[in-house]
Design a protein around this ligand. Structure first.
Ligand code: GUN
Length: 285
């Protein structure tokens, strides 16, 4: 193994301690940060994510509520709940866990969240603000990846970065953040003809596809920084990412493990966004 591991747990611990300190300061002034999490249906992965988000709030001095609804909830009822949360002064962040059941239009739901409470950074106003270089809330997963580059001193200006995946949650905002940091960015996806031809020239690879073993050692330039956003299960049911960890760790310069890499950073940045939402609200109170 030659790659240095990027430890998302350790970095999260440091960043969460800062969040806890700032949250305590706000709470002492009567403005405890509050996050509302809304979960519709019984997607098992969503259950785990939501549980971890709620626990992270409790561990770091943020108040949180979790509303659970059956998969049969109507879109109208969900939109009404969001409107009530928009009006609730104790709630600074609103997170509707995705995916939503097929009969609900997730775009409509996201647009219903007040942009100043959209701690996921998915609302068009926040996506547009990121696009135009004045972000309010950055989507948590790519934001957490940027914190990893910063913490490990990985140079982005002038680097060739390849992002694999083009989702609104990870791939697209990741590409924008890397671009803003001065990287030359290539976005690859399921229709890309020769993925390896791109990744082999990359100084930085961010894999966010949900496909196990998508990125193998021969696809990686020696010394590259490889960030694994994947959350998959192997045949034995063990959590694994998109990267062939054993192979790539002998070629890459930096590598994130799964678990213990990007996952905890996503939750950490959700705490940061919620805290900042509360700080902004308190400043205007
Ligand atoms: N589903 C998968 N990732 C996310 C996320 O970051 N936020 C929300 N709301 N849903 C998700």
């Amino acid at each position: 193994m030659t790659a240095q591991l990027i430890d998302g747990n350790a970095l999260s611990k440091t960043l969460r301690a800062e969040v806890a300190t700032r949250a305590a300061t706000l709470a002492a002034r009567g403005h405890q940060p509050g996050l509302a999490v809304v979960l519709v249906g019984d997607n098992p992965a969503s259950e785990v994510y939501v549980r971890n988000k709620i626990k992270a709030c409790a561990d770091n001095g943020l108040a949180s509520t979790c509303e659970r609804y059956p998969a049969t909830l109507t879109q109208t009822a969900l939109l009404a709940r969001i409107e009530a949360l928009n009006q609730d002064p104790k709630i600074h962040g609103i997170l509707v866990q995705l995916p939503l059941p097929a009969h609900i239009d997730s775009h409509k739901v996201i647009e219903a969240i007040a942009a100043e409470k959209d701690v996921d950074g998915f609302h068009v106003a926040n996506a547009g603000a990121l696009m135009t270089g004045r972000p309010l809330f950055r989507p948590c997963t790519p934001y957490g990846v940027m914190k990893m580059f910063e913490a490990y001193g990985i140079e982005l200006a002038g680097a060739h970065a390849v992002v694999i995946g083009r989702s609104n949650i990870v791939g697209k905002p990741m590409a924008l953040m890397l671009l803003d940091a001065g990287a030359t960015v290539t976005v690859c996806h399921s229709k890309t003809r020769d993925l390896a031809a791109h990744t082999r020239t990359a100084d930085i690879v961010v894999a966010a596809t949900g496909k196990r073993n998508l990125l193998t050692a021969e696809m990686v330039k020696p010394g590259a920084a490889v960030i694994d956003v994947g959350m998959n299960r192997d045949e034995a049911g063990k959590l694994c990412g998109d990267v062939d960890f054993a192979g790539v760790s002998s070629v890459a310069g930096y590598l994130t493990p799964v678990p213990g890499g990007v996952g905890p950073m996503t939750i950490t940045m959700l705490l940061v966004n919620t805290l900042e939402a509360a700080e902004r609200a308190a400043a205007h109170a």
